[in-house]
Ligand binder design. Structure first.
Ligand code: NAI
Length: 336
């Protein structure tokens, strides 16, 4: 363990966010890693208190500390303020969304041996949020795909593959229909692939990709996708290994990185004390690796795997009856 103290921005978030971030903070503290958490609010709570769902102070804190751990934030459907998650990614240029989806020992899932890295472009596509009513009853939403962002995400995926000794990168697309937009994305992936002759490269149309994922998920290694396909396909991947409660995520940029679970604020179970903190905890493990606290990350991983593997103390989403607190205490018990 490093003796130095880290300063990290903490956004507990909405719904189950405060419950699962509290659990994660306790588990990290049990490893002895010294972290000073700079806590901020964002989303509806910040709008009510400070008149802005994403106050400048939040962005300043993340820019200063370069690392944040974030709980889920609620985004209203079809109305309300623009998604703070999307704004955060755009404002901090967190261009790569990284979601490792791996079979977890003990977590009940339909498949074994899944080990897929989903690399999702995080800044453009339909998520640029450009929507216009061009005539009454006619809405136009713009899909923005640029050479710059597509090349950057392709490089990220291939570089990740090389550094982590992965064998294959699959570019997922719908260029048979969106010949210009997805065609450009594919072209950029093909160009980048030429610089990585040691890594296999293939292309899969997104609808076929979904079918292949549920019939034979172990054929996939690293996947690189535009924003919208990445959002959908990464949730599908989460379903292969036990659901949203167990899959971590990271939003990586050149100046800062924000670590967060794949799942949302789960309003249906918020406040009941039964949320599963595993996804948030595994995101925090990615964060600890990012700040070179690898030993603490390893100790947390083996404790989580042990608790999930034994299957005695599990939250209801994993068909157990433990509370978030009981599950957290069980993990802390095995941190040594
Ligand atoms: P959700 O992920 O919040 O919930 C989907 C289902 O999974 C629910 O049944 C929920 O109870 C369950 N679930 C999710 N996380 C769980 C956990 N840790 N433990 C146990 N069960 C869990 O997705 P939903 O309902 O579509 O979205 C709710 C809100 O979250 C929306 O406002 C959405 O915009 C927001 N959201 C925020 C994200 C973020 O901040 N990164 C990501 C996804 C959604």
């Amino acid at each position: 363990m490093s003796q130095s103290s880290h300063v990290i921005t903490l956004l507990p978030g909405d719904g189950i966010g405060p419950e699962i971030t509290a659990a994660v903070v306790d588990i990290i503290a049990a490893t002895g890693v010294k972290i000073t958490w700079e806590e901020h609010i964002a989303g509806k709570a910040a709008l009510d208190k400070m008149g802005d769902p994403l106050p400048e102070s939040v962005l300043d804190s993340i820019k200063k500390n370069k690392v944040a751990l974030k709980g889920p934030l609620t985004t209203e459907v079809g109305k309300g303020f623009k998604s703070v998650n999307v704004q955060l990614r755009k404002s901090l240029n967190l261009y790569a969304n990284l979601r490792p989806t791996k079979t977890i020992p003990g977590a009940r899932a339909r498949y074994t041996g899944v080990d897929i890295i989903v690399v999702r472009e995080n800044t453009e596509d339909l998520y640029a949020g450009i929507e216009n009513e061009i005539a009454p009853g006619v809405i136009q939403a713009s899909k923005i795909i640029t050479r710059e962002a597509s090349t950057r995400i392709a490089k990220f995926a291939f570089e990740y593959a090389r550094v982590h000794h992965r064998k294959k990168v699959s570019a997922i697309h719908k260029a048979n229909i969106m010949k210009l937009a997805d065609g450009l994305f594919l072209k950029c992936c093909q160009e980048v692939a030429q610089d990585y002759p040691d890594i296999q490269y293939n292309e899969v149309i997104v609808d076929n990709c979904c079918m292949q994922l549920v019939t034979n998920p172990t054929q996939f290694d690293v996947m690189v996708l535009e924003n919208l396909y990445g959002d959908i396909v990464s949730d599908l991947c989460a379903g292969l290994v036990g659901g949203l409660g167990v899959v971590p995520g990271a939003n990586i940029g050149t100046e800062a990185s924000v670590f967060e679970a794949v799942h949302g604020s789960a309003p249906d179970i918020a406040g009941k004390g039964i949320a599963n903190p595993t996804a948030m905890l595994l995101s925090a493990v990615m964060m600890l690796q990012h700040i070179a606290e690898d030993h603490a990350a390893e100790r947390i991983l083996s404790a989580v795997y042990r608790v999930l593997g034994e299957g005695k103390v599990l939250t209801p989403d994993l068909r157990g009856d433990a509370t978030t607190r009981q599950f957290t205490d069980e993990i802390i018990k095995f941190i040594n």
